[in-house]
Design a protein around this ligand. Structure first.
Ligand code: DHB
Length: 494
């Protein structure tokens, strides 16, 4: 990290945004920065064995390109770099990936920094020990881009946090711009970029999809020397997205408010109820609608989640079991009624079945500033800050105000802002959303509302909850790879 602190933390306001925009447009006719030109001939040829989701082993020969930085003025190239993997031979047959979809796979977790700089080949094994999504995509004939990104804990020698919001999304956008800027040089169809990520990475993946080409990021992109190109993507894959952070405390109490902590204790019910009540007002302000439910309110949201996601999830699970195994499961879980090949149960029983909640109240903007999200909204030499009025005022009194820069940063980090407050016409139109029904890292309303809003906007939304699965689950990776072929219209490959 050789740059000064001021380079890492751009001053953003209307004036600097306008200046950046005019500078950017005057530069767009200039010759491209040579450091941002992808060299198709710079690669290592590697061979990898990949077992697909049917259990079939494949041998894939691929070109592995390391891009030292996807921006012209990196703050920290360890994170602002990417790798490109291009299949050239699968099971002995040459493949041409020049028109293939591009899987843009971030590896962000916990809003932490993520680096691919030391990778010497594609990431072969995934979380949980199976074949990684990247490897499955490569074996399907797709191009795989693995970007790194700055994260919340990075701190320079003068104590300045240079990876807090919105650094990670700015970096991922810069990486998309790099790919699109190199259309014709980089293999693959740059108009068919499909993003993927899990948890905080799922949040960033959905944000990337929702906020494509938003001018709000321009000054930040300008500051790091991002390529002049679009950062809109074609499709988004998001697993258990930890997003909508400024509303997540309220949402969490609406969903898990009466569930016990792991210790068996309940969270402070006064705080829980205050947040839960506030969620009703927030939900009403979103004006979400769903087929068969009309306006989604704090009163019918449980039924919406139950009927749209939870019961179908249990039904799918139970349908895959043998009769004997299903009977055993049902005998142990008598809250489920199994009739006509469908599972039904009450929301209250579902909550009891999930059991312990993972987080205390408030879950995201903790009073003592101890969460990853408090750190995410740190700035300068301040490691962690409040980002909701509720927690801020609980600590600082009823007159306390959020730091001036916080509201804009919340918008930069929240896909819902780009789907509800300012509906972005350049958003991705294809969405793959996945979550475990026992995942209490955030409220089920977060993905539920995201899916409801996207569906309401007319986007193609494929949402599925994995029954009884926890945080980070991915139980249908092969389906995701096939979904990519289907939404991108990819006929070649395999
Ligand atoms: C992640 C999990 C969390 O519970 C959270 O608050 C933020 C990020 C994660 O796994 O990425």
């Amino acid at each position: 990290m050789g740059l000064s602190a001021t380079a890492a933390i751009p001053a953003v306001g209307f004036a600097s945004g306008a200046r950046a925009a005019s500078r950017a447009s005057s530069e767009s006719s200039a010759s491209p920065d040579p450091s941002l030109v992808f060299d198709p001939d710079a690669y290592t040829e590697l061979t990898i064995g990949i077992t697909d989701t049917e259990g079939t082993a494949h041998e894939v020969v691929y070109h592995f390109h390391k891009v030292a930085s996807y921006v012209a003025n990196p703050v920290d190239a360890t994170y602002q770099s990417l790798n490109v993997s291009v299949p050239v031979k699968i099971d002995g047959t040459a493949v041409d990936a020049s028109g293939a979809p591009i899987l843009f796979a971030n590896s962000v977790g916990g809003y932490m920094p993520s680096s691919v700089a030391n990778n010497t080949g594609i990431t072969a094994s995934g979380m949980g020990g199976g074949t990684s999504r990247q490897a499955l995509a490569l074996a399907a004939g797709y191009v795989v881009v693995e970007p790194g990104a700055r994260g919340r804990t990075l701190v320079d020698s003068s104590g300045v946090y240079y990876g807090t919001a919105p650094a990670a999304i700015v970096d991922l956008k810069a990486a998309v711009r790099y790919v699109k800027f190199n259309k014709g040089r980089i293999p693959g169809n740059v108009n068919r970029i499909v993003s993927s990520g899990v948890s905080a990475g799922g949040a960033l993946s959905s944000l990337l999809g929702a906020s494509g080409d938003s001018p709000l990021y321009r000054p930040y992109l300008e500051e790091i020397g991002a390529a002049e190109a679009s950062d809109a993507i074609f499709a988004t894959g998001a697993w258990c997205p930890i997003t909508d952070l400024e509303h997540a405390d309220m949402a969490y109490e609406w969903c898990w408010g009466t569930n016990p902590l792991g210790s068996g204790a309940q969270v402070d019910q006064t705080i829980s109820k205050e947040l839960r009540t506030a969620y009703g007002d927030h939900l009403a302000s979103l004006k979400l609608r769903a087929k068969g439910f009309g306006a989604l309110t704090a009163r019918n949201l449980d039924d919406y989640l139950l009927k749209t996601h939870m019961e179908p999830s249990a039904t799918r699970y139970l349908a895959t079991l043998s009769d004997a195994d299903r009977e055993t499961y049902l005998a142990a879980h008598t809250f489920i009624t199994w009739s006509g090949g469908r599972a039904s149960f009450s929301w209250a029983d579902f909550l009891t079945h999930v059991g312990a909640r993972k987080k205390n109240a408030p879950s995201f903007d903790a009073f003592d500033l101890s969460t990853p999200e408090n750190n995410l909204y740190g700035t300068g030499t301040t490691k962690a800050r409040h980002f909701t009025l509720y927690s801020l005022r609980h600590e600082g009194g009823s007159g306390a105000r959020l730091d001036e820069d916080v509201p804009a940063k919340l918008h930069l980090m929240n896909p819902m802002y780009h789907l509800v407050d300012k509906v972005n016409g350049n958003r991705a139109r294809h969405w793959w959303i996945r979550l475990g029904t026992k995942d209490t890292d955030t409220s089920h309303t977060v993905a539920g509302n995201l899916a409801a809003r996207l569906t309401g906007l007319g986007d193609d939304v494929n949402t599925l909850y994995y029954w009884d699965a926890g945080h980070g689950a991915d139980q249908d990776p092969g389906d995701f790879i096939r979904w990519i072929a289907s939404v991108t219209g990819h006929r070649g490959g395999r």
